[in-house]
Design a protein around this ligand. Structure first.
Ligand SMILES: Cc1cc2nc3c(=O)[nH]c(=O)nc-3n(C[C@H](O)[C@H](O)[C@H](O)COP(=O)(O)OP(=O)(O)OC[C@H]3O[C@@H](n4cnc5c(N)ncnc54)[C@H](O)[C@@H]3O)c2cc1C
Length: 382
């Protein structure tokens, strides 16, 4: 691939955030956009995720971002001209105590005020939505029909192909090794294949975002957290159409169209990690939860088990925007929900960088909010 020494924007990271951002920058008229990926496209968290998409959040910011991103997902196949595997099967949230149900109801009120049509459902209706569900111990449920999931590989490649069609260049196996700075402003990057001068540098390095930020002396509060996930052999399709999720129960479970079940839970202890890897403890704990909720899965086998990094922030909300180093931007810290937010996050950052009013004011997601003590603490995460 031709190597150019100069670009309007260089994006570090070939996951869905970097690639969606590149797509929107090109679409909004930026000419030379270059993506640097040290491995292969989707080798990071994007290719390892559950790819769930939901609007049932507990902060106004995440609700606004999520309902806007769902609106984009709903038209993305037409826009990009490729399949993204979107399945709007809804998210069924399960509460196990009166307090948890009261919390879900109060977030639902906020969601409804913002145009998200989430609602509470009875146990009988929950069983209609999810025929194999055994949740007699649940206190209650909320449901939003426009939630669902998509295929993370198809979605990312659809963005990439459309971006390439507009001139975006993606250099795989190319590591960003330094951010070049002049007079407190980023002026380009050093890479394993040579330098590139750039008007703008954007950090979309997912679980490695704080290492990339440190190349410019920027101290992001992000950390990587390893999350395991597994997939079973197929069972009868349609036993669990929605994404089943519980914050206190610590699980998310979805059935793929061909019948396999993908499920995950958060790690005990939430330790910081830069490494992926798998444990028997996860399979044991996860299988027990799965078998209890969906007894029809009791005799099936796990066919694959892997892990990836959540790119965490102290308040569970992303960091989008410029830092003290001018022209050095970040779109990071998605804390386990970056797949779903990537379309809207890419769009609003590109709008800002091309001089258009962003659809959503993302200035509260500035990284200086931590120093100011203005956290946007998201309660609806495990
Ligand atoms: C098990 C699991 C389940 C998840 N489930 C969901 C879900 O249901 N819904 C949801 O919305 N999100 C989910 N997520 C989170 C989601 O995967 C991430 O938020 C999202 O993929 C982040 O995308 P990204 O592009 O920022 O990061 P990544 O996909 O990790 O991409 C970053 C890329 O940067 C590259 N990179 C790093 N450093 C450098 C460098 N110096 N030079 C060049 N390249 C570099 C890496 O190789 C990597 O490919 C899940 C994550 C995991 C691990």
């Amino acid at each position: 691939m031709e190597w150019k020494n100069r670009a309007d924007a260089v994006i570090i990271g070939g996951g869905i955030l970097g690639i969606a951002t590149a797509y929107y920058l090109a679409k909004m008229g930026m000419r030379d956009v270059v993506i640097l990926e040290r491995g292969t496209v989707c080798c990071g968290s994007t290719g390892r995720c559950g790819a769930g998409i939901r609007a049932q959040w507990g902060t106004e910011m995440n609700c606004r971002l999520a309902i806007a991103t769902i609106g984009i997902f709903e038209h993305l196949e037409d826009e990009l001209g490729m399949s993204i595997g979107l399945n709007q099967c809804g998210y069924l949230l399960v509460a196990y105590s009166a307090q948890e149900l009261a919390n879900l109801r109060s977030y639902m009120k906020l969601q409804n005020e913002l145009g998200i049509e989430s609602r509470t459902v009875s146990l009988d209706e929950a069983r209609e939505i999810c025929p194999a569900l055994d949740a007699g111990d649940a206190e209650g449920f909320t449901y939003h029909a426009r939630d669902g999931h998509a295929d993370p590989f198809l979605t990312t490649y659809a963005f990439l192909e459309a971006a390439k069609g507009m001139g975006v260049v993606c250099h795989r196996k190319t590591e960003c090794t330094g951010i070049r700075i002049k007079y407190d402003a980023a002026v380009g990057v050093s890479t394993s294949k040579g330098d590139i001068d750039a008007g703008i540098v954007i950090n979309c390095a997912g679980g490695y975002a704080s290492q990339v930020a440190a190349m410019a002396g920027v101290d992001l509060p992000n950390w990587g957290e390893r999350h395991e996930i597994m997939i079973t052999e197929p069972v009868e399709p349609g036993i669990c159409p929605p994404m089943l999720m519980s914050f206190s129960g610590n699980y998310y479970i979805q059935q793929r169209p061909h019948g396999s079940i993908i499920c995950g839970m958060s790690p005990a202890g939430h330790h910081h990690s830069a490494e992926c890897g798998t444990t028997w403890q996860f399979i044991t704990r996860m299988s027990r939860v799965l078998n209890r909720l969906l007894p029809a899965t009791r005799d099936i086998r796990v066919v694959r088990h892997w892990s990836g990094l959540y790119d965490m922030t102290p308040d569970g909300s992303p960091i989008i925007g410029e830092t003290d180093v001018k022209n050095f931007y970040h779109s990071t810290g998605y804390s386990g929900h970056g797949f779903m937010l990537a379309p809207i996050a890419g769009k609003i950052l590109a709008q800002h960088l091309t001089g258009t009013q962003p659809d959503i004011d993302f200035s509260p997601l500035d990284y200086r909010r931590f120093a100011r003590g203005e956290l946007i603490t998201e309660p609806n995460i495990t």
